[in-house]
Write a new protein. Structure first.
Length: 273
């Protein structure tokens, strides 16, 4: 398993909401000493107060910190224009900046924090249970050692993929960043369809939820790709085949999903300016 017990220097986490807190929990689980962590968060949770007793620093004066080894930006992208430029005092020649803010480009980060080694990344909400996936892209200032450190930090909440083209991040956001919402909607829709077919609504909801949960876990554990798993469930001429004839028709799920992902990617480009 990846370890952070060898991390040297100070890590500053800017924003400890759901995603920032998930990262922090993952880092500590990988052996990062809380005394090496500073959290800047306007509304600290009770969990942060508990960690403060173990050495973690919450909202100290920036002037007291000096240069950080790593700054992780986990604030809402809407607040970034105000929050990020004020962090310049933390940036030194060897500082790595890792952003998980949606829509905020390397160019934006570079303008706000000139000269910094930058990694822009897009995680997703299953990070909260250590089953997320993050896609990252680095600017030219990131060294091999810094990229390795960024990978280890991001891997604390799940798998990590790297791309060289930042332009792919809009499509990544549309697929894996927003994707959990599509899966939750599938469970909702399946439950409504079950109720429409005559099931008591509460039973339909339980069946739909358990089916999505179990299918996801089966896909996680199986070496087979999704198409093979689908085929294994589908008997020729059976009930599943009848349903798939509808879902896989020319006007079925594929074109609808392409339209949805395209809409999300387009909105990501708009938000990035």
């Amino acid at each position: 398993m990846t370890s952070l017990s060898d991390f040297a220097g100070t890590l500053v986490l800017v924003g400890a909401g759901k995603m920032g807190a998930a990262l922090l929990e993952g880092w500590l689980g990988l052996g990062l000493d809380p005394a090496r962590v500073v959290v800047l968060e306007p509304a600290p949770s009770a969990a942060l107060a508990t960690l403060a007793a173990r050495g973690l620093r919450v909202n100290p004066e920036l002037a007291s910190l000096g240069e950080a080894a790593v700054v992780v930006l986990a604030v809402k992208p809407q607040t970034a224009p105000e929050a990020v430029p004020g962090l310049k005092t933390l940036i030194g020649s060897a500082t790595l900046v890792v952003s998980i803010m949606a829509g905020r480009t390397l160019r934006f980060l570079g303008d706000a924090l000139p000269g910094a080694a930058l990694v822009r990344s897009m995680p997703n909400t299953p990070a909260a249970i250590g089953r997320g996936i993050t896609v990252a892209v680095a600017n030219r200032g990131v060294t091999a050692a810094q990229r390795d450190l960024a990978h280890r930090l991001l891997a604390a909440t799940g798998a990590v993929e790297w791309v060289d083209d930042e332009g792919l991040l809009d499509a990544v956001t549309a697929v894996s960043g927003s994707g959990p919402a599509y899966v939750f909607l599938l469970a909702e829709s399946l439950a409504r369809a079950g109720a429409a077919a005559g099931l008591p609504p509460d039973l339909a909801a339980r069946l739909a939820r358990a089916t999505v949960e179990g299918s996801g876990e089966l896909m996680h554990r199986s070496p087979l790709d999704p198409a093979a798993l689908r085929q294994n469930v589908t008997s020729p001429g059976g009930t599943t085949a009848a349903a798939l004839d509808v879902l896989m028709a020319e006007d079925g799920l594929d074109p609808l999903m392409r339209k949805a992902v395209a809409a999300a990617a387009k909105r990501g480009r708009e938000l990035a300016g």
